[in-house]
Every structure is written in structure tokens, then in C-alpha cells.
Unconditional design. Structure first.
Length: 125
């Protein structure tokens, strides 16, 4: 079972592992997903947003329809701040996404305009 990082009577924050669907897909082989696993524990848990199957990260689940509507409104109106962090090779491109599109791109010292503000978290050889 994925880790539940926060829970109260209004919402759940769950760590979705990479490789697991957020919601069921088409076909019997695509029914195992985070929402189904969470709903086994919390029958009132409803999806507010999704992450791609290959993406790991935190997902918010509403506890009940009223909270789902409110949280969905907050996502729709960009009241929720999202941050994507991706491991990158030592040399290459770094992309920052906001509102579903790339807003800044930085490259190594090749001269490409780089308005991004980023920091390396871990250097792996």
C-alpha cells in the first residue's frame, strides 16, 4: 500500500509510486491503481487530480463530494501550487513546468537563454 502522508476528515495526501496508475485504465489489466487501493481503506476518498503512470509524487484525495468539488475548483483556478522535480543528467536540459506547459528552459553552457532558477539536489555519477 502506498504511504499515506497526511489524513484528516477532509482529505488524504498519498505518495504515488512510479509505475502505478492514478485511476483505472481501459481493460481488465489496468484496474490496479492508486485510487482503487486508497478506496479500499477510505470508501469516501475521491480523486482530485492525476499523475502520469511513470510519475511518482504526492496526490491529494478528497474525503467526500463537497471537498472534491472545492479542491477541484482550487486546482482549476490555479490556487494550488505544484512543483515538479526531475533528475537530469549532468549535461542537458532542465525544464520548469507551470500550468501544464514549460515556462523556463535552461541548458548547460552552450549559450541557450536560461531564465530558469534551479538548483542541483544530488549529483550522481
Amino acid at each position: 500500500m502506498p504511504a499515506i502522508l497526511f489524513q484528516d476528515e477532509h482529505l488524504l495526501i498519498v505518495n504515488k509510486p512510479a509505475g502505478l496508475l492514478s485511476v483505472p485504465g481501459r481493460g481488465v489489466d489496468k484496474q490496479d491503481c492508486l485510487s482503487a487501493r486508497i478506496q479500499q481503506l477510505f470508501a469516501d476518498a475521491l480523486v482530485v487530480h492525476r499523475l502520469d503512470m511513470a510519475t511518482s509524487g504526492l496526490m491529494v484525495f478528497a474525503r467526500g463530494e463537497a471537498m472534491q468539488h472545492e479542491l477541484s475548483r482550487m486546482f482549476r483556478e490555479w490556487k494550488v501550487s505544484k512543483r515538479y522535480v526531475a533528475p537530469c543528467q549532468h549535461r542537458g536540459y532542465f525544464v520548469r513546468w507551470a500550468k501544464g506547459r514549460a515556462v523556463d528552459v535552461a541548458c548547460d553552457s552552450s549559450g541557450i537563454r536560461s531564465p530558469c532558477h534551479f538548483k542541483g539536489l544530488v549529483l550522481r555519477e
